[in-house]
Write a new protein. Sequence first.
Length: 137
Amino acid sequence: MKTAFSEILSSLRRDRGFSQRRAAADLGISQALLSHYENGAREPKLDFVVKACDYYFVPADYLLGRTSERRSGGSQLARALSDIIGKLEEHNSAEAELIANLKQATTSESKKTRQSRTEDKIKDERNKEEKSKEEKK
């Protein structure tokens, strides 16, 4: 059964643009367990609530649905840093994809170059053979 906690937990993750897999790994739990928490199928222990509050930079009262105030006094800097880290991770992911594409293109180009060289060698050998035959005549 959905609870304020489960809905808020899920909303915080989605607001950050995090997948369940990433958030679960960062929080030190399995993706399945996070899914249970977000669906209201299981209730977390207090240590998870504390971790989640620290991770999403929200007070426990907000996460538990007791207040609508998302920010506690000093969390603005921490939240900004979290957002920056998330953007850097996205950027690194895009760079990794670009590098993989470049490697693939380079490999493709290398194969074409090797094939072209082989074809050129074969043509050269044939030309030499033809010249040799003409000289013998």
